[in-house]
Ligand binder design. Structure first.
Ligand code: ADP
Ligand code: MG
Length: 554
């Protein structure tokens, strides 16, 4: 047999644990929902694996989570009869940080000087390690489904953990037991009424039933959550709180949904959809590894969260799709290629966008709040999803030179076009204020022409693709002599080219002096107070894009 082995945590885990242990975060209840969500995930994984190998369920087909409290011992034990872990699994998953959001979260937290970041622990959840907010020692005993051996993981959260084989007689027949040795100031987590209250409030809708019992008590275990699939219930039976609670358990994010979409598709393909747009922005929204996290179920069995049901630019949408007609015994790989899945992908993507359109019409302020958080991601679709570009342009909102910080739609923009104006003008850059102050905008301001201010990286890309809106091309203010002379000056403005004659000598001089650097020097309508500005030739790359590519070494 293998002997016990003590290992050091990965540096990032140590850092995270230090934050947990020294956390002054007041709402420590969140550790319970993290452990329950892991237990529920483990049950769902087993439910899936048992489709191919029913023997994994053995004599114990009823998946469940059990919380056992022991006031005298000062422990809370959370047990599940899910997939379980081998010693190697535990070394891998309980010694490292896998989730992509956690690192970004930690950076935020450690950069945070005045402690406000503490609140973020509650909002985003940090997984298993949150157990150390309430426990001075954590033991995990586990047996992987179908294995005879069992193992334990144990740590005081101070830098090392110990892995050891366990006498199978002392281990659960299948699944995982997490034993929390509660800190002195956390003993209330061994009180039944307290734990019941927390579980109902936080985890009432996990898809696995939850029971609670007290050690040494004759009272029977009580069921706290029924494990029923919320999405299969009729909408009229579901309260707003139910949805919020469910959103939190499915998204692992602990704000509220800004938009909830729950419907059943019928016809050629039958499936239920329950998705949410979060109220706040996750930390890893721009992490290249971040993928969409819409879960795919088949007749209530969780299959995968990697089916990429929504396109990348909708990766902030959380929730699930439950298909009635995909075969259960199909491998995940085959599901990815199935025409049923393509139909679902198309249907759900279109529906999410049409729901956003509806919201934008009916409740522009609520929509603007969503755009504020996720607009920069949605704009990726302008570049990536040609087929839906028109829809996305309709959804896009912009701050402009005349919008006073408000969001404007392109419809608004086109409605306010100036006499003879045939293009939609935009200026790109890295921050709104600097773009708004750019000398490139002077000629536009003098004519009262609205210019879109585009501060996001992605703006450099989609604008370079020759898109148009209602037949009006997008045109950068840095590109060539945007034909401003045809557009009348705003009232009270004097034309500047009266002085043209006087500067031809200077222009010739400048052309010669700068011959190696610029292709042309000319008098321009675009400036009113600044003396000069740089522009790109008409058919060349936008200046901002050129800068960006140059800095990327291309
Ligand atoms: P996440 O749940 O986001 O992956 P956690 O920190 O909560 O992150 O958990 C880390 C990993 O530990 C899980 O992904 C899983 O592999 C493993 N794990 C934790 N709890 C259990 C459990 N009860 N049963 C099986 N595996 C578990
Ligand atoms: Mg987890």
């Amino acid at each position: 047999a293998i002997a016990a082995e003590t290992r050091a945590f990965e540096a990032d885990v140590s850092k995270l644990l230090h934050m947990m242990v020294h956390s002054v975060y007041s709402d420590r209840d969140v550790f319970l929902r993290e452990l329950i969500s892991n237990a529920a995930d483990a049950c769902e994984k087993l439910r899936y694996e048992a489709i191919a190998d029913p023997s994994l369920l053995g004599e114990d087909p009823q998946l469940q989570i059990t919380i056992t409290l022991d006031k005298d011992a000062g422990t809370l034990i959370l047990a599940d009869n899910g997939i379980g872990m081998t010693a190697a699994d535990m070394g891998e998953t309980l010694g490292t940080i896998a989730r992509s959001g956690t690192k970004a979260f930690m950076d935020r937290l450690s950069a945070d000087k005045n402690g406000e970041g503490q609140q973020l622990i509650g909002q985003f959840g940090v997984g298993f390690y949150s157990a150390f907010m309430v426990a001075g020692k954590v033991d995990v005993i586990s047996r992987r489904a179908g294995e005879s051996g069992a193992a334990s993981w144990s740590s005081d959260g101070l830098g090392t953990y110990t892995l050891a084989p366990v006498d199978p007689a002392q281990a659960p027949a299948r699944g995982t037991k997490v034993i929390l040795h509660l800190l002195d100031d956390a003993k209330s987590y061994a009180e039944r009424y307290n734990v019941e209250r927390i579980v109902k409030a936080q985890s009432g809708h996990v898809p696995v039933p939850i029971f609670i019992e007290e050690a040494g008590s004759d009272e029977e275990a009580r069921q706290l959550a029924d494990g029923a699939a919320l999405w299969t219930k009729p909408k009229s039976d579901i309260s707003k709180e139910d949805y919020t609670d469910f959103y939190r358990s499915v998204a692992g994010q602990f704000d509220k949904p800004a938009l909830t979409l729950h419907y059943r598709a019928e016809g050629r393909h039958e499936y239920s959809v329950l998705t949410f747009i979060p109220e706040s922005k996750p930390f890893d929204l721009f992490d290249p590894d971040r993928s969409g996290r819409i879960k795919l179920y088949v007749r209530r069995v969780f299959i995968t969260d990697e089916a990429e049901i929504l396109p990348r630019y909708l990766r902030f949408v959380r929730g699930l799709v439950d298909s009635a007609d995909l075969p259960l015994n199909m491998s995940r790989e085959m599901i990815q290629d199935s025409p049923v899945l393509s139909a679902i992908q198309k249907g759900v993507s279109n529906r999410v966008l049409s729901e956003l359109e509806k919201l934008a019409d009916a409740e522009p302020e609520r929509y603007a709040a969503i755009w504020e958080n996720f607009g920069a991601v949605l704009k990726e679709g302008l570049y990536e999803d040609y087929a839906r570009r028109e829809t996305l342009l309709g959804l896009a909102r912009f701050k402009t030179t005349t919008s006073n910080g408000e969001w404007r739609s392109l419809k608004d923009y086109v409605f306010a076009l100036k006499e003879n104006q045939t293009a939609i003008y935009y200026a790109t850059g890295t921050d709104l204020e600097r773009i708004a102050d750019s000398p490139q905008l002077e000629g536009f301001k003098a004519r009262g022409i609205e210019v879109l201010l585009l501060p996001d990286q992605i703006d450099n890309f989609w604008t370079s693709m020759g898109a148009d809106y209602e037949g009006k091309p997008f045109k950068s203010v840095t590109q060539g002599a945007a034909d401003l002379s045809l557009i009348p000056l705003a009232e009270g403005r004097e034309p500047t080219n009266a002085a043209a004659e006087d500067v031809t000598g200077f222009i010739d001089f400048a052309k010669e002096a700068l011959a190696d650097y610029v292709s042309d020097v000319r008098i321009s309508d675009r400036l009113t107070t600044s003396a000069v500005c740089l522009v790109a030739p008409d058919n060349a790359m936008d200046l901002q894009l050129e800068k960006m590519l140059a800095s990327a070494g291309r």
